[in-house]
Ligand binder design. Structure first.
Ligand SMILES: C[S@@+](CC[C@H](N)C(=O)[O-])C[C@H]1O[C@@H](n2cnc3c(N)ncnc32)[C@H](O)[C@@H]1O
Length: 295
């Protein structure tokens, strides 16, 4: 029996909501329809009647999403702050939550002419490319230790550059290495990072435990292994007055603020919620004075 696009989407919204793990059932159902029917959301004809093959294909995509396949792996793209990046198996799919972390970082460099920005754990490059898009005068460096992620970032940077954005500088580098981006020491205006932050033994939905790269999700026994190194690296990279903004797990707000406060050169340490009200990131200003030594 023929059905309409509107009815297919409504069925999909119910299916995705019933999983209890898909955060945004309607936007996801609509994005899958827009992807399959090759139209922007606004151009979809809700009363259009797709053929049997298209209907079956749509239902397959919805079943994949309900099983935890990231939306970006089904559509091949993800968007952060208006910047579209290519994603797929092997690279972390940027989360809309990161837009609030990004907004904080962009706010911190608002009055800075030609800022120098570093995005640690860049994955697809989404955060770095969003900075480059919104601040065309910025020089943006981005690092990741995973060659697969970095290849996505390279392609995304080339694509954004072809659209007129400033290219970013990519580094195959491990945040836990002491000399990370040492050439930039003491000069950086903003360090942003969305590191892996789930404890290794945490139970996570299939979307994160099965379909996203393990290296992108799990951050050691307490989930803080990479974050500790991000805070240390930021203290070396930032210029006096520079800012660190780092994402963390929703149980880690106090621990990550504590990691910053443990270095007295960090001041104005604050913890922030995402748009759904969950703790998401810490921000800190780097004072740049020498660490206090015990008497
Ligand atoms: C949660 S993903 C974030 C990706 C991207 N920033 C985003 O928001 O979509 C974390 C990223 O950190 C990278 N990563 C994990 N451990 C790392 C390390 N020790 N050094 C550098 N990158 C690391 C992973 O490869 C992954 O791409």
């Amino acid at each position: 029996m023929r059905t309409t696009i509107r009815a297919l989407i409504e069925d999909a919204v119910r299916t995705l909501a019933d999983t209890g793990t898909v955060i945004a059932p309607r936007p996801d159902a609509e994005a899958l329809a827009a992807h399959l029917f090759g139209a922007g959301l606004a151009e979809l004809e809700p009363d259009g009647e797709p053929g049997d093959r298209e209907t079956a294909r749509y239902q397959e995509l919805v079943a994949g999403r309900a099983a935890g396949v990231p939306l970006g792996h089904l559509t091949g793209v993800a968007e952060l702050a208006g910047v579209e990046v290519a994603v797929g198996p092997g690279v972390f799919v940027p989360r809309v939550q990161s837009e609030s972390m990004l907004a904080n970082g962009l706010g911190a460099i608002e009055g800075t002419d030609r800022p120098l920005v570093v995005d640690l754990c860049t994955g697809s490059g989404a955060v770095a490319l969003a900075v480059a898009h919104h601040r065309p005068d910025a020089t943006v460096h981005a690092a990741d230790c995973d060659p697969v992620a970095l290849e996505f970032a390279r392609r995304n940077s080339a694509r954004r550059a072809a659209l007129g954005d400033t290219p970013i500088e990519l580094h195959h580098a491990d945040v836990t290495e002491p000399g990370l981006l040492a050439g930039l020491d003491g000069t950086v205006d903003l360090v942003l990072a969305n590191p892996p932050f789930m404890p290794d033994d945490a139970e996570v939905p299939a979307e994160f435990g099965v379909y996203q790269p393990r290296l992108a999700v799990f951050g050691g026994p307490d989930g803080l292994h990479v974050i500790r190194h991000v805070v240390e690296a930021a203290a070396r990279l930032l210029r006096p007055g520079g800012t660190l903004v780092v994402e963390h797990g929703h149980l880690h707000a106090a621990a990550v603020a504590g990691l910053c406060l443990a270095d007295p050169r960090f001041t104005e340490v604050s913890s922030h919620l995402d748009q759904y009200g969950w703790p998401l990131y810490a921000a800190a200003r780097f004072g740049g004075t020498k660490p206090l030594t015990a008497p």
